[in-house]
Design a protein around this ligand. Sequence first.
Ligand code: ADP
Ligand code: MG
Length: 707
Amino acid sequence: MSVAATTSPAVGTLYVSRFPTSRGMPRVTMALRSNVVSVGSILTKLQQDCATPFPVIRHVADSMTADMRAGLAVDGGSNLKMILSYVDSLPSGNEKGLFYALDLGGTNFRALRVQLGGKEDRVVATEFEQLSIPQELMFGTSEELFDFIASTLAGFAEKESEKFHLPHGRQREIGFTFSFPVKQTSIDSGILMKWTKGFAVSGTAGRDVVACLNEAMERQGVDMRVSALVNDTVGTLAGARYWDDDVLVAVILGTGTNACYVERTDCIPKLQGPKSSSGRTIINTEWGAFSDGIPLTVFDRDMDAASINPGEQIFEKTISGMYLGEIARRALVTMAEEGSLFGMAVPNKLSTPFALRTPDICAMQQDNSDDLQAVGSILHNVAGVESSLSERRIVLEVCDAIVRRGGRLAGAGIVGILQKMEQDSKGTIFNKRTVVAMDGGLYEHYPQYRSYLQDAVTELLGSETSKNIVIEHSKDGSGIGAALLAATNSKSETLIPTLCVDITIAVDYSYEHNSTKLGNISTEKGKNRQISDDLSIRFILLQNRQGKTRLAKYYVPLEDSEKHKVEYEVHRLVVNRDPKFTNFVEFRTHKVIYRRYAGLFFALCVDITDNELAYLECIHLFVEILDHFFSNVCELDLVFNFHKINPSKGIHGPRRGSDDSPHARCLLACVLFMVYLILDEFILAGELQETSKRAIIERMGELEKLE
Ligand code: ADP
Ligand code: MG
């Protein structure tokens, strides 16, 4: 680049450099220009040291793939933590209700609420609020930070408008996006491994961040609960997948950076114990810690040495928004000190770490004017300097070199992930449309960064393959994704009446399926049904999405261990079955007829030759009767979450942990007894007794009177 030559100081004159000493006093240095390195040579060295030609990005991509494999093999196997997210199933589109999301990123804190309307209506309404995280909280105590979050949330919840509806008695549920490395221990708990992105909050590392938030909500009197702890990348993946089934990877490029992707469970050697029924899970790579083969400049090394985590997060420090401006600032300060860029004195303002922010260098790069006026005024505002046109050009060269490296390395990282997936599942990534969902302020606002990233991906994959790889800004970001994951992992397994699908098919079974030995059955709602002969049910199960059996009734004698096996197998069979498929599925030598109501699966096991629709109707009848007796959603919720209620606060009171008091246990026993009684009213010894809803309800009424 020849632009630098014009500002190269002439040999032999004096220059003065002022920058703060460690004691904060301005230091004035004088030097002979003969000792001075020219600005041009500093720029050239910078450009050389951070160059990312093809072999460099090829190496980074391959090395990323290798590190991913090492991290999946064993915990601690590589820089990349490859954290299990406990998100095994992604939103289906059927989610309904009001959910909240919190997002603690690096710069901002966001609170969001969303009203989900199911497949048809999707996102009915959203509202959000965003605040900058006060600087002092980044270095304060854990209580201070989480109290800030809880009180902001409380204020936000108070402003809920009438567009949002929470079913009576239900607690507001939160998807909590926490964009720092967390060792997830379940979908709603995780231990903070370390702070990144300049945070140094005391008392949180090694603790469950959900517990920290719950305690703060308790202190602030906020009656909400966290249903899903979500990394921001995972939230982005979930949010994007809600609209597009081809999304398999999500990348955040904001203050910090991270990536996650959908992995096959059989490709995760370190995954012990039961695998997810879908055979897939989301892996949070924590790729910010990657470091192999990254070209570094002296400015990177100095910035790293001065950081609160020297030697760590090297990928993050070269590609993410927190650092790009700072690297550029360090280069400009050196140019000012050693090459008198901006005149005789080093501008004081520019000597302050992080004075030049990434949005500043981005804004400068958008200046297309001949005299680079915007660059001049930004330099004036940020660094307090009056600059010449040639100096402005140099500043742009510095910014471009750093941003080009950042974007290209990010692109190489993405290729590293994609090629890992392709190697394990030939043809399923590169030979079809695969979407990488992107989010974060850096990606969103920096067009040059985006195009450098895309260039590297195209260079590495070739023009043909890269046509199949769609890298796009995620429509909703991680916020709605987190709310969606709160919905998919909702703790309120209620039979929401609106979710109960009406079965209104009228069938005369006497003409078909003789093997079922059914008499006339008209399943039109409201009509009484007549059943003759035997309907032989082996067992009936009511399970939640996580596979917890809430109710089990066996009409065949089975050992306890066998029952557990059956329950596990049935759960796996039904939980991730595509809703497009039938509700009947072969199970060993029998078949299972199942139906999902909100978060609960009702499953019946019958003979392979039995009539499926009749049993489907039977399930629905059972649900209708349950609905009748537990018409209040909250009460239905109580049935299955009973031990979590604190009776001293009343039935609709806030849930505060589990309660095993004799009172609570007694109440639980009564409710369960009632449910079993209802079940017995219409199925006895595996045979349908009564199929008239009215008759059963009347008989239950008689029983109540007897009590
Ligand atoms: P976080 O990462 O804190 O969750 P964001 O995703 O909003 O938050 O990213 C904020 C970061 O994005 C900022 O720290 C900054 O580095 C970068 N950024 C924000 N605005 C711009 C912009 N206009 N140009 C370039 N980078 C930007
Ligand atoms: Mg974020």
